[in-house]
Ligand binder design. Sequence first.
Ligand SMILES: [Zn+2]
Length: 244
Amino acid sequence: MSGGDSGKMLILPSDMLVEVAYPDDEVSHGAGRATAKCTYCIRNGDETEYPAHDVMMIRHWKANTPKEPDAGWWGWYCPEHYACTAPWASSLLAPEHLIPADLEARIAADREAAAWAEAHEFGKAEQAITLARLIPAGHWTTFGDIGRVVYGNTRSSGSVSAALTSLATSERCHSRVRDADGRCATKSRRLAQADEVALFQAWNEMAREDGLPVVTRTGVAFAAYRLSIADLEGLHQPAEYPSL
Ligand SMILES: [Zn+2]
């Protein structure tokens, strides 16, 4: 297209339909900026700036979002995260004029696809546990990175977390597989606060015994000791599992 972008119609964030992807540079919010960050990369500690046109902006609705035309929850997606995004069922709670006609059908189709994937993912939880137990002493990784290696996508950190939560709290992998911010994942156990604090201290004590430096006050493991994806792929041995 020639003539520059000066005549381009930009959409206001408050006019965006829910669960429809708009390139960041076509939303007035992002107008004029050449790059944008990805909400989900940032959660993984990755502050990469992507070309704004490659970053998709999606308006979601949460169960607790006030039902007002200007409300919503906006996310930015890099190409990798956009590729594995799915429509949020809670977006059906948005004001009617913001809901695209096909949203209900898309959510139903996604549920069906997820159920199919789950039925064919037999053994992945076991693989995630095996990989977690292979993390060498003095190193750490994240649920998201194990998900990437075992499940092949960044959406599976919750599945990895659920798999590891099924293990006894005395397993040393709990001090080596951490949230993206470097902390032990004691929250997923839903314990009383005193019990959670005790577990947090116990797991970080394990880390120190292993030679993994952890910030005393916050329990954050040092980034320099985090395994790379290549390291994890080297540890992963999916051939041990029967293929379906
Ligand atoms: Zn991303």
